[in-house]
Design a protein around this ligand. Sequence first.
Ligand code: FBP
Length: 548
Amino acid sequence: MKKSALQIARASYQPKLPVSLTGPVVAVEGAPTQSVADRDEIKTLFPNTYGLPELTFERNPNPEVGKPVNVGVILSGGQAPGGHNVICGLFDGIKTQNRDSRLYGFLMGPGGLVDHDYVELTADIIDEYRNTGGFDIIGSGRTKLEKKEQFDKGLEILKELDITALVIIGGDDSNTNAAVLAEYYKSIGAGVQVIGCPKTIDGDLKNEVIETSFGFDTATKVYSELIGNIQRDCFSAKKYWHFIKLMGRSASHIALECALQTQPNICIISEEVEAENMTLDDVINYIADIVAERASRGLNFGTVLIPEGLIEFIPAMKSLIAELNDLLAHTPDFAAMSAEEQRRFVVESLSEANSRVYSSLPAGVARQLTLDRDPHGNVQVSLIETEKLLSEMVATRLEEKRAEGSYSGKFSALHHFFGYEGRCASPSNFDADYCYALGFNASCLIRAGVTGYMSSVRNLTKPSVQWIAGGIPITMMMNMERRHGAMKPVIQKALVTLDGAAFTKFAEQRDSWAINTEFVYPGPIQYFGPAEVCDQCSMTLKYEHAAK
Ligand code: FBP
């Protein structure tokens, strides 16, 4: 395969490991842990893997030679920059322990385990993928591993290949499944450890002990570059309002980080919309008022950042979607109905208030809310054109203002959606190092003999040699939530907190960004050059650390 000059140069980058992982390690146990909520239920559901201690790895002065181990690895869910480096780190880790160790990749996500679709990852293959973006080394998928039959079927191939540890690289849902699988294999004495790795560009798999998920850093840098480029064009031409939707199915971390990096005129944060109990009209008025104010100063241009998940956070929409989820989960023949029958069925079956909201939506958006959920039961918000919905409603509101005499500007809107552009980008130095460390660290968790743990690398605002490596019991991050119409144990999603350091920084400045034009142009990710350009972590991480 032909390679670009950057790919060739980048292949020889050697990711930096935390100093504790640069030689044999010993696992130091912390105190026993508890789940973040619903402790009795989680403890009952995970009798074998609940309450385990946190682990930290330190250099081992008296190492023993490691035995060879066969390990399986799965990439699960949406792509995130750095996934290949997790696998490279894992490969190098198990080979460092014993060169006869072997790594098998299950193909196209968790489905590969169930369908016995796999490839042995040899040094030749691994070397082709060092420091590259994408998940194409083994592919990814969204099959949900949740049934005993799937676990048993997977165990057959694990036994056949003599695999005694499985690493699942995924987001909150996939790591939830990893915890359930770990518990099951432990309960039947299967002799297979299960280790998770925190992946998602959305940045919503984080907590006190997992500082960030990998991929967030690179993806937000790519989007910020693009937003900066648009802002420079916008400031040059001075004639368009750009409505830019940004990925992040649920939490608004991506939009917030990009706002901090680029200083747009407007950025909507879904979590604030929910907390302030804002209606769709409130959001429209907020945007239209800023557009009108800028127009009164002769500024008929600007940028609006919109988080992909906004629609689900508008309280009336949230209640509608929750009822729809239950309704659809209990209506197996829904997919067989015609579009017209579906609409009538939904309107008649919903409660009065939700039925009214549903009927008031543009037909395309309403229909999207009833289409197939992803395997984890989520509405596929990336398919809803919120950026167009908002700009059309803003245009209507501005015409009302014009009629009232409070607006006399020009409003010409352009639309963008940034998501897929960033998910497979070549990992930033931060993600290249972080991912390699997460994978290498997973090999140490395997060596330590534990199961149901997530690979954890902390102290991330410091240079990578000072990072702290260890493991966190996944049950520690869990609570009970309603999914598919039933209560399920899941990893608690980290939403933007309105008293958090990143949001506070944004809120302090946004009124000034709205009226004055204070755009920042971050430019493309740099891989070679001064550390202050190449090795910076995300602003979210920086502000969150500074506040500790
Ligand atoms: P993960 O949570 O699996 O990392 O995926 C996140 C995401 O990139 C969201 O931002 C987006 O809504 C979704 O995946 C898109 O899914 P798909 O790749 O299936 O189109």
